[in-house]
Write a protein that binds this ligand. Structure first.
Ligand SMILES: Cc1cc2nc3c(=O)[nH]c(=O)nc-3n(C[C@H](O)[C@H](O)[C@H](O)COP(=O)(O)OP(=O)(O)OC[C@H]3O[C@@H](n4cnc5c(N)ncnc54)[C@H](O)[C@@H]3O)c2cc1C
Length: 121
């Protein structure tokens, strides 16, 4: 994969035509790593703009702003209502925004449920 972009970069690339989008990605790769010859070797390409993809339902996953992870993450992972409510989901994990985060949060919740069962309130 040549480019996986977020925020402003994604908006700029998403607004470009599919051909120009790929050319821009290959040109940037050429600047970063000229020895790979990305532009010269480019034969076929595909690109995906998730916010414009109806089947993807737009685009949404957790994206902490500066300092927010430090500020909120610990609280987001804690149980609540006398340890009767557990918060899973990628947003409540260190690797938010990825499937790995969803799995990490699920495993943490299982551990919290087991701990709660072992030591009821
Ligand atoms: C466009 C896009 C591309 C991505 N690409 C990648 C990738 O390449 N690699 C990667 O690792 N991750 C990727 N991700 C992130 C990954 O998809 C998420 O991190 C992961 O799916 C989160 O899993 P989750 O279980 O936390 O939440 P979700 O998968 O969002 O599951 C939450 C579920 O809860 C349901 N729900 C919501 N409200 C209610 C309600 N009130 N009652 C009952 N059900 C409800 C929803 O319908 C949904 O099915 C991508 C995400 C997006 C949006």
């Amino acid at each position: 994969m040549a480019a996986y972009t977020f925020e402003q970069d994604a908006t700029i690339l998403g607004a470009a035509s599919p051909e120009r989008r790929v050319q821009l990605a290959a040109r940037n790769l050429d600047i970063i790593s000229p020895q790979t010859g990305s532009l010269a070797l480019l034969e076929a390409s595909a690109s995906q703009v998730f916010p414009a993809d109806e089947l993807a339902g737009g685009s949404a996953f957790y994206y902490f702003g500066p300092t927010q992870k430090k500020q909120f993450l610990k609280t987001m992972m804690e149980t609540n209502w006398d340890r009767r409510v557990f918060f899973a989901g990628e947003q409540a994990s260190f690797t938010h925004g990825w499937i790995q985060g969803a799995l990490d949060a699920a495993l943490r919740c299982v551990g919290q449920v087991i701990d709660t069962a072992a030591k009821p309130v």
